[in-house]
Design a protein around this ligand. Structure first.
Ligand SMILES: C[S@@+](CC[C@H](N)C(=O)[O-])C[C@H]1O[C@@H](n2cnc3c(N)ncnc32)[C@H](O)[C@@H]1O
Length: 223
C-alpha cells in the first residue's frame, strides 16, 4: 500500500491540537494507525468512506482530512450510538482509561469543526445495519466499534456488501482476540476479500480483483 506523506502531516496537526487542548478527547496510539487508515482511504480514491465506532472522531476526521488534502471526492459517514449501554460494555474493555470513552455527538462536531470538515453521523448501533444507509455504497470502511464476540465479523459482513474496495480494522492485536478471530474467519470463509496491508494494530482487507484473464487489458503491441 502506498503510504501518503500527507498523512504524517495530518497526524502532527492532531497531536498539536491535543497538546494545545483544542481537540476534545483522545487520539489513540499517538495517531500511528491513523497514518495507515488515511493511506487506505487515499488508495481507495474518490467515493464515500464509512466507519463504525467514532468516539471523539479522530479516525473519521482523519479520513475526511486526507480526502480534502488530496482533493478526493466523497463524504465521510460515521456510525456510533453514543449510548450508556454501549459505553459500559466498552469500559470493561478499557478499564484502565474509562474517562477516555466519554465521546459524544457534540464532541465529534466540535472536533470536526476545529479541523474544518463534516462528518455524517448516524447515531445508531452498526448491527442491525441502519435503515438510512441501506442503499449507500462506499469505497472504503473502517471497523472500530464493538470489539467483542462476533461483532467484528458481523460488522464486516454488513459492510462487505456495500464496500467496493477496502475494509480496515483497528486493534488487530493480541489484546482483542475477537478481532483476530473475526479476521481469520473472514479470510477462511470469504473468497471475495484478501489481506491487503498490516502494520502496528491496523489491518486492511481488499476486495479480490478479477482474475487476469477476466480483466479488460489493453492489447500489448510490438514497438
Ligand atoms: C475505540 S472507540 C473508537 C475510536 C475512534 N475510531 C477513534 O479513532 O478515536 C469505540 C467506539 O465504538 C462505539 N461502538 C461500540 N459498539 C458499537 C456498535 N455496535 N456500533 C457502532 N459503534 C459502536 C463506542 O460507542 C465507541 O465510541
Amino acid at each position: 500500500m502506498k503510504i501518503y506523506p500527507e498523512a504524517f502531516e495530518i497526524v502532527k496537526k492532531f497531536n498539536k491540537a491535543l497538546q494545545d487542548k483544542e481537540f476534545e478527547g483522545r487520539v489513540a496510539d499517538k495517531g500511528i494507525n491513523l497514518i495507515f487508515l488515511m493511506s487506505m482511504v487515499a488508495n481507495a480514491g474518490d467515493g464515500d468512506h464509512i466507519e463504525i465506532g467514532t468516539l471523539f472522531g479522530a479516525s473519521a476526521i482523519a479520513a475526511a482530512l486526507i480526502k480534502k488534502e488530496l482533493g478526493l471526492g466523497g463524504e465521510v459517514y460515521a456510525i456510533d450510538p453514543y449510548d450508556e449501554e454501549t459505553r459500559s460494555r466498552n469500559v470493561k474493555m478499557m478499564a484502565d482509561v474509562p474517562e477516555l470513552l466519554s465521546g459524544s455527538p457534540q464532541a465529534l462536531k466540535k472536533n470536526a469543526d476545529l479541523f474544518g470538515v463534516k462528518i455524517k453521523l448516524i447515531q445508531k448501533q452498526s448491527d442491525p445495519w441502519p435503515e438510512e444507509l441501506k442503499d449507500n455504497v462506499f469505497v472504503s470502511a473502517y471497523i472500530d466499534g464493538d470489539h467483542l464476540h462476533d461483532m467484528p465479523y458481523r460488522d464486516f459482513t454488513n459492510l462487505s456488501e456495500r464496500v467496493s474496495d477496502y475494509i480496515g480494522f483497528d486493534n488487530y492485536e493480541e489484546g482483542y482476540p475477537d478481532v483476530l478471530g473475526g479476521v481469520s474467519k473472514i479470510l477462511r470463509e470469504n473468497e471475495d476479500w484478501v489481506l491487503f496491508y498490516k502494520n502496528a494494530s491496523f489491518l486492511a482487507l481488499r476486495r479480490r480483483l478479477p482474475p487476469r484473464a477476466d480483466a479488460e487489458m489493453a492489447p500489448i503491441t510490438a514497438q
